[in-house]
Write a new protein. Structure first.
Length: 74
């Protein structure tokens, strides 16, 4: 199971980097509205102070994919 842990950890790091990049294009309030994630949590993720739980990380990935936020931003 350590390999699963590494995968989850690398996925979470990827999510943090994506959120940080999106923060250059959108305010945290905009991201809060789009992703339905509290502003305070997003602030922690963007500033690498907090890491989302597995459930929240999956939720963020699903919403990014469903809303095509990255594609629309580029």
């Amino acid at each position: 199971m350590p390999s699963d842990r590494i995968t989850r950890k690398s996925e979470k790091i990827r999510i943090l980097k994506i959120l940080r990049a999106l923060n250059f294009f959108y305010s945290l309030r905009d991201l809060e509205e789009m992703l339905n994630i509290p502003f305070q949590s997003l602030w922690k993720y963007v500033n690498f102070i907090g890491v989302p739980s597995d459930e929240v990380a999956n939720e963020i990935l699903e919403k990014l994919s469903k809303l095509k936020i990255i594609e629309n931003t580029l």
